[in-house]
Design a protein around this ligand. Structure first.
Ligand code: MN
Length: 444
């Protein structure tokens, strides 16, 4: 693993000819350049795009205009695809080459920028005229549990005497999720039915979930994969990480409580998982790397395969994360969404590289486009709890909203929006956009 790479694509003094990219509060300045997949309203075929300010650079249109002629043919083919899997397969180095070319195209002070600006009407799309998609064909999805604060809070509700199980500080705990129900931001989420039991010994009934919750998480897309049987050393793990997004792991707590033993989450989790449309690359995140979580005295050191000096020094990401809620009543009254919590991805006990290395440590192969969820991001403070289960403490301490409503769990019509951004002196702030979903009533 090498130290974070900085170059002129991170230079805060460089401006773009796309005005919106120079606004101080934009999530997508010219230093960000996240990848996504969108579809024009006039066309069925999705295209690769890059967010810039309040616009989207249309990859296929830019290619047809000859603006990508300096890129390798294989990279141009990847950018002409309708998913990001081909670019992910090529790997971090080629994604960085695209970032460099696009940065020069969008700069206000280059000949390439002047040429691109003359073509702005052809190569820039307006978010109003396009629909964002899930940015990759996700073959497999794994969700971890890497916040020790979340694990301790949830564990203490269900096992007051023994909140954190003995394995927690030795390895990143995870479960295999379901890729088929990963949906794009903005897609409604239907309240699921399932078995719930008021008494731990049963019997259950089948009913619509009454304890629907969100989970604030970071998602990580895999770039280059590994062959089945091969492992990924921690020092190389980040070469396999394409970039990050926001992820909402919708969870039906009443279904979860009855079904989770002995094999873990199943139908309580796999009815829907929402991802934000833009993948912020590890290159864009380079200025915002942090040391990994400082383990308190008395915690064990990781086993050697999960320990690496560079991961300790730079394995974290300084991402601020927020959850916003807007109820149907707030919407009807014209009230804005309200922030429920804010936390930091720096509070995670395990780094993404450790999760990836542990995942492949038995020879399990990861493939380009696979998605890893971090687990609910919760911090030690009450307002840094990343799900309602924790915020309202299993329904015992409902949250009171500015509208006067209370929430122990989500109601129909509630819209949950996740946001995230990185800020550091000497650099442009970059953001993740939003990860949004509205709960619709159960059916059948
Ligand atoms: Mn989760």
């Amino acid at each position: 693993m090498t130290s974070p790479h900085l170059d002129d694509t991170h230079d805060p003094a460089i401006t773009s000819w796309v005005d919106g990219a120079n606004a101080p509060d934009t999530d997508f300045p010219i230093t960000n350049l996240p990848f996504g997949v969108f579809r024009h309203d006039f066309e069925e075929r999705p295209r690769v795009g890059i967010a810039i300010g309040d616009r989207v650079l249309d990859g296929l249109a830019a290619m047809r205009a000859g603006l990508f002629n300096t890129l390798d043919p294989a990279v141009r083919d990847a950018l002409a695809s309708w998913t990001l899997n081909p670019l992910m397969t090529l790997g971090r180095g080629d994604a960085r080459a695209v970032r460099g070319v696009v940065h020069r195209l969008l700069r206000a002070d280059t000949a390439e920028g002047e040429r691109a600006q003359a073509l702005a009407g052809d190569i820039l799309a307006s978010p109003d005229a396009i629909g964002m998609r899930v940015p990759a064909e996700i073959g497999d999805y794994t969700d971890f549990y890497a916040s020790v604060f979340h694990a301790t809070n949830v564990g203490s509700m269900f096992r007051p005497d023994n909140p954190l199980l003995p394995n927690y500080k030795w390895m990143p705990i995870g479960y295999h999720g379901r890729a088929s129900s990963i949906i794009a931001s903005g897609t409604p989420v239907r309240r699921p039915h399932g078995q719930t039991a008021a008494n731990p010994a049963g019997p259950p009934t089948r009913t619509a979930s009454a304890r629907l919750d969100y989970e604030l998480e970071i998602g990580a897309f895999i770039a280059r994969g590994n062959r089945v049987g091969d492992t990924i050393p921690l020092a190389e793990a980040e070469e396999h990480l394409f970039g990050l997004c926001l992820l909402n792991d919708w969870s039906a707590r009443d279904l979860q409580q009855w079904e989770y033993q002995p094999l873990g989450p199943f139908l309580a989790k796999n009815f829907a998982t929402t991802v934000s449309p833009w993948i912020v690359t590890l290159d864009a995140l380079a200025p915002f790397r942090t040391p990994s979580f400082a383990r308190p005295d008395g915690d064990p050191s990781p086993l050697p395969y999960l320990d690496d000096p560079t991961d300790r020094a730079h394995g974290g990401f300084g991402i601020t994360l927020e959850v916003w809620l807007r109820t149907a009543a707030m919407r009807d009254a014209g009230r804005p969404a309200e922030r429920l919590s804010h936390g930091s991805f720096g509070s995670m006990y395990w780094t993404l590289a450790q999760m990836l290395t542990h995942h492949a440590s038995n020879g399990c192969n990861l493939r380009p486009g696979d998605l890893i969820g971090s687990g609910t991001v919760s911090g030690p403070e009450r307002d840094a709890r990343g799900c309602l289960l924790e915020l309202a403490w299993r329904g015992q301490e409902p949250v009171t909203l500015s509208s006067g409503e209370t929430r122990a769990f989500l109601h129909d019509g509630d819209e949950v929006t996740l946001r995230g951004w990185c800020a550091r002196d000497g650099f442009r702030r970059i953001g993740f956009g939003e990860c949004r979903g509205q709960v619709t009533p159960a059916v059948g």
